[in-house]
Structures are given as C-alpha cells and as structure tokens.
Design a protein around this ligand. Structure first.
Ligand SMILES: *[C@@H]1O[C@H](CO)[C@@H](O)[C@H](O)[C@H]1NC(C)=O
Ligand SMILES: *[C@@H]1O[C@H](CO)[C@@H](O)[C@H](O)[C@H]1NC(C)=O
Ligand SMILES: *[C@@H]1O[C@H](CO)[C@@H](O)[C@H](O)[C@H]1NC(C)=O
Ligand SMILES: *[C@@H]1O[C@H](CO)[C@@H](O)[C@H](O)[C@H]1NC(C)=O
Length: 584
C-alpha cells in the first residue's frame, strides 16, 4: 500500500532508481584494430564519415589523451584485459617479434592473470568476446585451450584467435614472404657461393671434399626450405580460422560479410541478455590489413579500401547503438570505443594504395612510442550518468577500463597484485579534475622506451624518451623497410640525456627541449628517474610468453576442422543465411 502510494506520488523516484542503479550496468567495449586517432570525425577528420562513432562523442565523453599501454596488438590487449602493464604478465617480448603470428604457438595470456571478464562472470554477468583475440590458445596439447577466451572469463566466443593479416586473404600479399623472402635469398646466395668455392678448391686439388656428406647437408636444407615454403603457402589454413567457442567453424576464414557476421553475433548476444547484466567485448578485425569491406561499402569512401573499412566499422557501431536504444538499455550500459594502438603507417599495398590510417598531428604510428603509436581514440557513453559532449584532456590509459568496470559490477579489485589502471568514473563524472596517472610508462616490447609525467597542479605533460626507432632518412615518419619498428639493437638510437618534450606545448614532439630552453630540465629528469626506479622495483620476473619457444609454430598444437583426416578446411558458416540487416 505504501509502495503504491509512493508510486503514484513520485514516479520520478522510481525512474531514478532505474537509471541510477549503477551497481550492475552492462558494459559494451568496442575495440578497433590499428585505427588512427585522426580517422574519426569526432577527432577532427573531415572526409571520412563516422557519424555513429561521432554519436558516442556527442552524447558522451571524448578523451583526448587516451593512451594504449603498448603500440602493438598482443601486449596492448593483454594490458586492456588485465589492467596491468604487459610486462607484468610476461606479454612483452624480449625478442624482435612482439605479437603472436601462429595459432599453434604455446604462449598466451597466462591463466593466473585476472581479466575483467573473469571478475564480471563471477558477479553473474553474461560475457562474450566477439572478434579478434590475439592472446594465445593452447599450451601443451591442441585442445587444452589454456589461453583461449573461454578460459579467461568469457562465456561465449565468436572470432579469430590470432590476428587478421595480409597472409590470411588471397591476393593481399604476404607480410612473411616480405621478411622471410629476404632471408631465404641471402641463405641461397651463401650456399651457392660456398658450393662454388668448395668445388673450385676441390678441382684445384687443395682439399678432398666429402661430396657425399655435403650432398646430405644440401638435401636436408632443401627439405627444410620446402617445409617452410609449404607452411607459409598454407598459412591461411593453419592460422586464419573462425571459431565459435571451442569449435572451428570456418577454415580458412572468409572475408565475405565478415563485419556483418560479427555485428549479427553481437546483436544476438545483446538480445539474449536484455534482462541480465552483460559484458560484450566487440573486437573488430577492422582496420588491420588484410583490408576488406562488404559490397555495400566497397568504393564508397573518399579514402580507398581503408576508408571503406572504417565506414563499415562505423556502420556496425551504429547497429549496436540502435539495438541498445531499442531495448531501453542506454541508461544501463557503459559503452566504450577505442583502438588497440595508433595507425600502421607502413601499410602500403603492393599497388601503392595506402592501407594504414591517419594519426592526426601526432608523430609516428603503430610499433613506436611516439604519440602516433599510443594516443588512441577514447570515447565513453552512458546516458544519464556521464555528461554528454565533454572533453577530458587528462592522461588516461586503456588499462583504466579494468578497474572501472570491476567497480561498476561491484566486484573487488584483486589485492594480490599491482593494478596499473585507475577507475575512470570520478574523472568522467567530474568528481575529480586531475587524472590519477601522474606517471605512465611506455614500453616497446619489454624495453622501457619513454615516460610521461603529468605533475599534480600543473598543465605540463612531460615526456622523456630514452631511445627512438631509426626511421629511414627519406621517410621521417616510419620504418618502411621492416614493416614495423623494432625495439632494440641496431634498430634504435639511445639518447643520453634522454629527449624531453612538454606535450602540452609540443604535442607533435617536434623540438626536444634542451637545458637552455627548459630551466628545470635536470630536475624533471631526476623525478622521472625516481619514478622509473620505483616502477622497476615493482616488477617481478615472470615466464616470457613471447620467447622464441613460445612464439614458434608447434605442429602438435595445430588445430584443424577435422581430426580424422587432418584436413584444415571446413565452412559451416556459409550454409547459414544471414538475417536481413538494415543499412542506414
Ligand atoms: C539493481 O541492482 C541490484 C543488484 O545490485 C538488483 O538486485 C536490482 O534488481 C537492480 N534494480 C534494477 C531496477 O535494475
Ligand atoms: C581522414 O582520414 C583519412 C584516412 O586515414 C586520411 O587520409 C585523411 O588525411 C584524414 N583527413 C583529415 C582532414 O584528417
Ligand atoms: C552478404 O550480404 C549481402 C547483403 O545482405 C547478401 O546479398 C549476400 O548474399 C551475402 N553473402 C553471403 C555469402 O552471405
Ligand atoms: C618513489 O618511492 C618513494 C618511496 O615510496 C617515494 O617517497 C617517492 O615519492 C617515489 N617517487 C616517485 C617519483 O614516484
């Protein structure tokens, strides 16, 4: 009776309870791959059309200094899911290769790591990962799934476990053969020259060469080369496949209507969970190469296939937002949009078309810790809870999503380990003005590359850079020869004293400050040195998930559709009809 009276007198109170039941909101986390901050309308692009992503900015918060924890996919995604620098989980490489390239590698996100999906699942959330994973699959056998999304707190998985790559799509060229081709031809030359020299020496009569043994050596080399060639020839079948949960449903992956299929899966997942709290991570394959777009989008943008792909992804975001609205979930759902790192500038197709994005005014791109590699879009939308149309210039990180969603779900932050991210809600709701990130550490693989310091009560954002990648002298913006920049050895130049920039005055990192230009030069370096000392002390030795042993292809970990004939071909997808989708 009293309740009824209350209802009649003040329905607004009831509505408030609904819209402010902050304890168990849904979370939709949208992650683009290799999208540049300069590709979006809301970050200043005037020619690419991204009205749906721009809607998030108009109705939510735009983070202008949102920083990826790494400029590469695997480590950045590990940090995103765990709220910790990738070095803490062993997801930062000491070797050159910083990401997983094969489905049958033994490395991956260790099961001891706590992901936000695990904690939300424990809190009763329904959880799904749709799209790209790139954090490993198996450890010791081809079906232990120790690193698989379903072992990291996701109830449902539809997507790829490795990554989209040129080698996954016919006619898109090869990242490997570009790299390996060079090594193979050098090897061939060496063998040829050695043989000719030996034969000459033998003929002259200086040495009796055991030609039979030499023949065996040659034979073994030839077999190895053939195996290697066979492997890369079949790369698509072995590494680019679509899974639903633990099952392979399309091998190799087909690009036909791929974004439509991911979107359909996401919408169906939301549809199944309108009455329970859910976590959806929609991790787009766009806009990493191999680029693709469906018929509706091909040739429609002003920026070639790359622009078509961005616009198709934007369409997909729009579909998700429409479904939220239709189900009255806007006030119950936190939506986040970001990119795992900056645009990949070196992506130029064999015909010379630009297949990488645009990082706006920022220098460098993916695989560097120049701002272009790590300053990514960061948009947050939550109707009635976060104020629309706000810009926040404070440093934030993709590691912040972890504590943010944990807190919203009413879960406890793990107390047995360091979490590097900070809850974003106080900043988003204007309860605090300064970011809790006084320092951010920028790693290139496992090497500390740079440090950002935003002193309390100051507008300055100092960035100290210890080493820089060696760009080609003629291209001042990237590592075009090697496709990505490397982090150590002869690929970098160390600076002593390190380079110092104030990003608040020089966001383009154009002119390093000197002690003459900046009177506090040495004091700033000293504080940062202490911060590095403190940070380094907090690191513990952990198994290296990206060691050569964990990166290499292990035949016994290879999964194929049919174990009976070890055939690596199947397509259970194309038989399904796609439902009618509305293209708007
Ligand atoms: C609010 O959240 C609590 C759990 O924290 C739940 O029991 C309750 O049903 C929710 N109320 C609404 C209106 O969603
Ligand atoms: C918009 O994005 C495209 C594609 O990355 C880029 O080529 C172009 O320079 C950008 N335009 C502006 C005005 O930022
Ligand atoms: C892709 O989607 C379009 C438009 O909905 C449809 O006409 C086409 O048949 C689809 N292709 C496949 C292989 O499903
Ligand atoms: C480093 O740690 C010490 C001891 O905890 C602390 O007093 C100091 O403020 C820290 N310095 C920086 C720059 O973080």
């Amino acid at each position: 009776m009293i309740q009824l009276l209350f209802l009649i007198i003040c329905p607004c109170a009831i509505r408030n309870v609904h819209s402010h039941n902050i304890s168990n909101p849904n979370a939709i986390l949208l992650m683009a791959d290799d999208l540049g901050i300069g590709d979006l309308g809301c970050y200043g692009n005037r020619t690419l059309r991204t009205p749906n992503i721009d809607r998030l900015a108009k109705d939510g918060v735009t983070l202008t200094q949102h920083i990826a924890a790494s400029p590469l996919c695997t480590p950045s995604r590990a940090a995103f899911l765990t709220g910790r620098y990738p070095i803490r989980s062993g997801m930062a490489a000491h070797s050159r290769v910083g990401v997983f390239l094969f489905s049958a590698s033994s490395g991956g996100l260790p099961s001891e790591e706590i992901t936000f999906s695990k904690l939300l699942k424990q809190r009763g959330y329904s959880t799904a990962l749709i799209g790209k994973w790139h954090l490993g699959m198996n450890c010791e056998s081809s079906n232990d799934f120790c690193h698989h999304p379903l072992n990291h707190g996701f109830d449902y998985f539809y997507g790829i476990t490795v990554t989209n790559l040129r080698d996954c799509k016919l006619g898109q060229g090869s990242v490997f053969l570009k790299g390996i081709g060079k090594s193979i031809s050098t090897l061939m030359e060496t063998i040829g020259i050695t043989l000719v020299s030996l034969a000459t020496v033998h003929l002259i009569g200086f040495l009796k060469i055991p030609f039979r043994a030499l023949g065996y050596c040659l034979l073994i080399t030839a077999i190895l080369l053939l195996a290697l060639f066979f492997f890369f020839y079949n790369y698509r079948y072995l590494n680019c496949f679509l899974m639903r949960n633990h099952q392979i449903i399309q091998q190799p992956l087909s690009y036909e209507n791929l974004t439509q299929r991911l979107t359909k899966e996401a919408i169906q997942f939301i549809g199944r969970n309108t009455n329970v709290p859910f976590l959806l991570v929609l991790s787009y394959l766009h806009v990493h190469t191999a680029l693709h777009a469906s018929k509706k989008f091909i040739g429609k943008s002003k920026h070639g296939l790359y622009g078509d792909a961005v616009e198709e992804m934007d369409w997909s975001v729009g579909q998700i937002l429409d479904v939220l609205e239709k189900n009255n979930l806007n006030s119950k759902t936190l939506v986040y949009f970001t990119s795992d790192q900056g645009a990949h500038l070196e992506e130029i197709s064999s015909s010379g078309e630009v297949h990488g994005g645009y990082n706006g005014i920022y220098k460098g791109g993916k695989s560097t810790n120049w701002e272009g590699g790590i300053r990514v879009p960061g948009l947050l939308f939550w109707s009635g809870v976060i104020e629309a149309g706000t810009h926040i210039d404070e440093p934030t990180s993709n590691m912040d999503i972890f504590p943010t969603v944990i807190k919203l779900a009413g879960a406890e932050l793990p107390s047995d380990r360091i979490i590097d991210g900070h809850d974003l809600m106080p900043l988003l709701q204007g309860k605090i003005i300064q970011s809790k990130h006084e320092f951010l550490f920028h790693y290139c693989n496992a090497y500390l590359n740079a440090v950002r310091w935003h002193p309390r009560k100051s507008d300055s954002v100092w960035k100290v850079i210890f080493f820089t990648p060696n760009f080609n002298p003629e291209d001042s913006n990237g590592c075009y020869d090697s496709h990505v920049c490397f982090c150590s050895g002869r690929s970098v130049t160390h600076h002593d004293p390190p380079l110092l920039f104030d990003l608040s005055r020089d966001p383009e990192e154009k002119v390093p400050l000197t002690p003459e230009m900046e009177s506090h030069f040495y004091e700033i370096l000293h504080v940062i040195e202490q911060a590095v000392h403190n940070h380094t002390k907090s690191l513990h030795a952990v198994p290296d998930q990206l060691s050569w042993n964990n990166l290499l292809w292990k035949p016994w970990l290879q999964v194929c559709c049919s174990t009976l004939f070890q055939s690596c071909y199947c397509d259970y997808e194309s038989k399904e009809n796609l439902p009618e989708m509305h293209f708007g």
